[in-house]
Design a protein around this ligand. Structure first.
Ligand code: FE2
Length: 202
């Protein structure tokens, strides 16, 4: 009986075993780093889903497909960079569980609504980066990493997507019979913007 308890104890210890880092110093943000890695992977999956949607022959917006393919790879790089940083600091880096996007969601949205969705996605990623930054309040090196490698790029993405949405709305503006204007987010205006994106992300 006593022997059995020892064996169970050993199994329990092994199941909870973690590698203790030698390099680790003044670092206490494992959870935040792991959550950020998961967020970057989640964003990359959404961008992959969007690249596939815009690349379909019934949508055929090549420029948007290229832009989202570019974003897909960029988010994977962000995740990779965060993993490398976690390992550098001796963090317990988890392999994230990444949800599958609902691919059919895009069918219910026009391109302007999709760009607005993506803008909010980038803002939520940025919100979490700011949480990682706050976690590093007494860790100047972590804050320096987040500021140098992520925050500038995030504010640039917010501006770029906001500009794109404004241009999309303007070029697809339609004058209604009652004199009011509405953006259809389709037609020649959408085609022109798509051509611009196709050149930009060639
Ligand atoms: Fe990112």
């Amino acid at each position: 009986m006593y022997f059995k308890i020892i064996i169970i104890g050993l199994i329990f210890q092994l199941a909870n075993a973690t590698l203790q880092s030698r390099a680790r110093q003044n670092f206490n943000c494992d959870d935040k780093i792991n959550q950020q890695i998961a967020k970057e992977f989640e964003a990359s999956q959404i961008y992959l889903s969007l690249a596939n949607y815009f690349g379909h022959d019934r949508v055929a917006l090549e420029g948007f497909a290229k832009m989202f393919k570019h974003s897909w790879k960029e988010e994977l790089e962000h995740a990779q960079k965060m993993i490398e940083y976690g390992l550098l600091r001796g963090a317990k880096v988890d392999t994230p569980s990444v949800p599958k996007p609902v691919d059919s969601k895009w069918l219910e949205m026009n391109t302007c609504q999709i760009v607005d969705y993506v803008l909010n996605l980038e803002k939520s990623v940025n919100d979490h980066l700011l949480q990682v930054h706050r976690c590093g309040e007494s860790d100047p090196q972590l804050q320096d990493f987040i500021e140098g490698e992520y925050l500038k790029e995030q504010v640039d993405a917010n501006k770029e997507l906001s500009d794109l949405l404004s241009r999309l709305e303007r070029t697809t503006m339609h004058l209604k019979s009652d004199g009011t204007k509405t953006s259809l987010c389709d037609g020649l205006g959408l085609h022109i913007i798509d051509q611009e994106l196709s050149k930009k992300f060639a």
